[in-house]
Design a protein around this ligand. Structure first.
Ligand SMILES: [Zn+2]
Length: 106
C-alpha cells in the first residue's frame, strides 16, 4: 500500500507544480465528499432497518397485561398503545419507569 502511495503522491506534486494545485485538490475534495455522502446514506439505511426491527418486535399482543410508564418527578402516567422502540419514553428530562398491570376484566 505504501509502495503504491509514493508514486501517487509524486505525481500529485508534479501535477500541482506544473498545472496548479486545483487539479490535485479538486479530485481529493470530490473523493472526500463522495465518501462522506455514501457513509451518511449507509447510516440512514442502517438506522431505518434497526427501527423497523424494533417496531416489529414491539407489536402489541392481546393479553390481560398492560404496561404503564410513570414519571418519578411529577407523577404523570402514560399508557402506550403502540411502542415505537424498546426504550422508555422521557418526561421531566428523564426516562419514565415501567409498570405492568394485570387487568381483572378477563
Ligand atoms: Zn414528569
Amino acid at each position: 500500500m505504501i509502495l503504491l502511495l509514493i508514486p501517487v503522491v509524486a505525481i500529485a506534486i508534479v501535477l500541482g507544480i506544473t498545472f496548479g494545485w486545483q487539479w490535485v485538490l479538486a479530485p481529493l475534495l470530490a473523493y472526500a465528499l463522495l465518501r462522506w455522502s455514501l457513509a451518511s446514506l449507509r447510516v440512514l439505511v442502517t438506522d431505518a432497518k434497526h427501527l423497523a426491527g424494533d417496531a416489529v418486535a414491539a407489536a402489541p399482543v392481546a393479553s390481560d397485561e398492560r404496561t404503564l410508564f410513570w414519571c418519578e418527578e411529577c407523577g404523570t402516567e402514560v399508557l402506550l398503545l403502540v411502542r415505537g422502540t424498546s426504550r422508555a419514553p422521557s418526561h421531566c428530562g428523564q426516562r419514565m419507569h415501567e409498570r405492568t398491570e394485570i387487568s381483572n376484566s378477563g
